[in-house]
Design a protein. Structure first.
Length: 749
């Protein structure tokens, strides 16, 4: 519990009007004030709930009523000088503050619970944040500044949040200083000898802290003595780590806990009683802290690790818990994260065969990077305790693999549906089979041909129907060959954007397009081709690269044939996801630059006369293969703009993809639009959620459409667009009509 003695903003007088209490509640943001007499004697509490109760129960309430009349006089309090050791357990969602009173019941302080969340160098650590990963360098630098720098670089490249060192003043730490006196046991003599060979001075360590800071990498340090604590505190170290060996060193714990700097305490080689005592020391201080579960054997036997004890540590400390591992491998650290560890500490070394126990239980740089990657993947699989929802990838598979209710025979408008009219067939474009009871007895408001899908709008007629739309820029509909005629007849699109599959390019266009269409034409190239070949004009694999060039040329040639059935004279645009994805990890910046150059070189080999190729902005995790790949190119806004400027290739700005990218990169979406939009000739307008949920309906995701619309109208008022709502074509285009209704209002702003 933390005690506050500056308490005026928590108090109101018993004869103050209720209006004063309400203002005070707004001031202290704690939803609680305490009512006292003029000499400070506690009368009771007054919370938001107390005020609501009073309003509902009182027949003569006014804001001029006195606080004493409204106060809850049964409120709990604690007596000064007699605070219970387990006072943290008194707090709850209902009890947020406790008054501390003297022997005359006068309020002298306010107690509030210690928050388990805290920040280290600006990085928040809490139950809802990703695990904070520490690369423990310790003495694995072997006394070499060059090796220490290599380890810092490796930790940074691996994705660690922090590096940790150890600082010792050898003359004050050991009873015989740095001498290996014959009176010491063999283990101590060995340790002293190892430390003397692996020693960096405090000045040298501070050089390493500064170097890490240049990489935006946090430095943490374990001080083994009071002198080291003072040096680190004077430097401004971001966090103290207390080694398991010092858990019973109460004077050192008390000194560190008094600094206000976050503390991480390892609990290896300690009994529960000793841990409880240490927690008491930390709670008496002002530093936020976390407890790290640990087994201090090098290497720790798996059978002795006992990860389940982390839950007990959380109870003892009423704090965040983590794991400091000395076992071989990194799989236990991943399991610890799955069990709730919010801090992970593992040793890192350049060579595990080097002399010293720490090296033996360390991870080499590639292994450490794999651990970080695995932890982040596990974390992404753990989040969201809310109700089960269908993911975007599942929606795609549900559309393909699930079954629908379809018409068993032709059904005229006005027909009342019976069970004899319905069959269950794949794919899942229509309403699911479990909707059959709701469909029976419905009077149809449209003609339905045999094998056509039943839709939700057959049960509940839509509130929004297709109509002519008015935009100040060209707009179109995304279509396939099987639905272009049906969708376009309901409205007035300026063009159709055909989203091709690789099978579409084998069809006889003349048999599918028997008439000439007056609208314009845009073509969206397939992403996926025969035998799971993903289009990739940036690939270093000659077979994939050459095949991709061949397929894009086929799309160009197909577009020329398709254009003969469209009456406009404009040059067709071809939207292409150019490639550059990787399977296991993102590509380094240098490799991304080379990828852009390969794409430009590939386009130079194609016959692009009469068409305009547009590179589509891409999401961090593309839809194919269940979102298990990393998009590397056309994700970063600056890279996209540089590509368009350097190679003269236009951009298709997909709003959903770019919003996902900004969420992933943690950059401003508005700034990204300012950077990309001047190069955009075509827009895919659609919302997004998080880093991988694309295709969301307009206004139902993370995009601020009011601000975006103003930007687009200012930057590219003539760029064409389509509403690219995933499955927007289902149910006779319901998703598209909803989007267009919303966009019609927004884009006129």
């Amino acid at each position: 519990m933390i005690l506050e003695t500056a308490i005026a903003h928590y108090l109101v007088l018993d004869d103050d009007p209720v209006e004063v209490a309400l203002r005070q509640l707004n001031v202290n943001h704690s939803r609680t004030v305490f009512v006292v007499t003029h000499d400070g004697t506690l009368i009771g509490s007054l919370t938001d709930g107390d005020f609501r109760r009073w309003v509902l129960e009182s027949t003569s309430h006014t804001l001029a009523s006195s606080c004493g009349d409204v106060a809850n006089r049964a409120c709990q309090f604690l007596r000064q000088g007699n605070l219970p050791e387990n006072s943290e357990n008194i707090f709850s969602s209902k009890i947020l503050l406790l008054p501390i009173v003297d022997e005359r019941l006068r309020v002298v302080a306010i107690g509030r619970p210690r928050s388990s969340a805290f920040a280290i160098n600006g990085t928040q650590i809490s139950e809802s944040d990703p695990a904070f990963i520490i690369a423990e360098i310790g003495i694995n630098h072997n006394g070499s500044l060059e090796t220490a720098i290599q380890l810092i670089d490796a930790a940074h490249a691996a994705g660690a949040n922090a590096v940790k060192f150890q600082m010792r003043d050898m003359d004050t730490l050991y009873r015989n200083g740095q001498s290996t006196h014959l009176s010491e046991d063999l283990g101590v003599e060995y340790t002293l000898d190892l430390l003397s060979q692996s020693f960096l001075s405090s000045d040298q360590l501070i050089q390493m802290f500064d170097y890490a800071l240049k990489l935006n990498l946090t430095s943490i340090c374990t001080p083994w003595d009071n002198k080291s604590v003072q040096i680190l505190q004077d430097y401004g170290i971001s966090s103290f780590k207390i080694a398991s060996a010092d858990l019973t060193n109460h004077p050192l714990l008390s000194l560190i806990a008094s600094t206000g700097t976050p503390v991480l305490l390892s609990t290896g080689m300690s009994s529960e009683a000793e841990i409880t005592d240490a927690v008491g020391i930390l709670k008496a201080g002002v530093s936020p802290f976390a407890l790290l579960h640990c087994n201090s054997t090098y290497p720790a036997p798996f059978r002795d690790i006992r990860l389940d004890y982390m839950s007990r540590l959380r109870e003892i400390g009423n704090c965040l818990v983590g794991y400091s591992g000395h076992e071989r491998g990194h799989h236990v650290a991943i399991a610890a994260v799955a069990k709730g560890a919010k801090i992970i500490e593992k040793h890192i070394t350049m060579d595990r065969t080097a002399i010293g126990n720490d090296h033996k239980v360390s991870l080499e740089p590639i292994e450490f990077a794999q651990m970080v990657s695995d932890i982040r993947e596990v974390e992404s699989s753990l989040h969201n305790e809310g109700p089960r929802e269908v993911t975007q990838g599942e929606r795609m598979n549900r559309l393909t693999l699930a079954k629908s209710l379809v018409a068993k025979h032709d059904l005229p408008k006005g027909h009342v549906v019976t069970s004899d009219d319905i069959e269950i067939r794949s794919p899942g474009r229509g309403i699911q089979p479990n909707a059959m009871p709701r469909l029976l007895g419905v009077t149809l408001h449209r003609d339905i041909e045999r094998a056509d899908f039943f839709y939700e709008t057959d049960i509940t007629p839509p509130t929004i129907v297709a109509r002519p739309y008015s935009f100040q820029r060209p707009w179109g509909l995304p279509v396939r060959f099987h639905d272009y005629a049906e969708l376009s007849q309901f409205s007035n699109p300026d063009f159709l954007e055909f989203h091709l599959s690789y099978k579409d390019m084998e069809i006889d266009i003349e048999s599918r397009l028997s008439t000439t269409w007056s609208s314009g034409l845009v073509v969206h190239s397939p992403d996926l081709f025969l035998n799971d070949h993903i289009l990739d004009l940036a690939s270093e694999d000659d077979e994939i690269f050459n095949s991709s060039v061949f397929e894009v040329q086929r799309v160009i040639d197909f577009t020329h044939r398709l254009k003969t059935h469209f009456g406009t004279t404009g040059i067709p645009k071809i939207v292409i996801s150019m490639g550059g994805s990787s399977l296991n990890a993102p590509l380094p910046v240098a490799e991304r630059r080379a990828g852009y150059a390969r794409i430009a070189a590939a386009i130079q080999t194609m016959d692009t006369a009469g068409v305009k190729l547009l590179a589509q902005t891409l999401p961090p995790f593309p839809w194919y293969l269940g979102g298990q790949r990393y998009c590397n190119l056309f994700v970063d806004p600056t890279e996209i703009a540089n590509f368009a400027t350097e190679y003269g290739i236009g951009i298709c700005l997909d709003i959903s993809h770019t919003k996902l990218a900004c969420n992933y990169l943690r950059i401003s979406f508005a700034d990204a639009i300012e950077t990309i939009a001047p190069h955009a000739l075509h827009l895919h307008l659609v919302d997004a959620i998080g880093v991988n949920n694309e295709g969301v309906q307009i206004g139902e995701g993370d995009v601020d459409w009011s601000s975006l619309s103003k930007q687009l109208n200012r930057l590219i008022p003539d760029a064409s667009f389509i509403p690219e709502i995933w499955q927007g074509h289902v149910d006779n285009g319901q998703g598209f009509w909803i989007a267009l209704n919303r966009l019609e209002k927004l884009l006129k702003a």
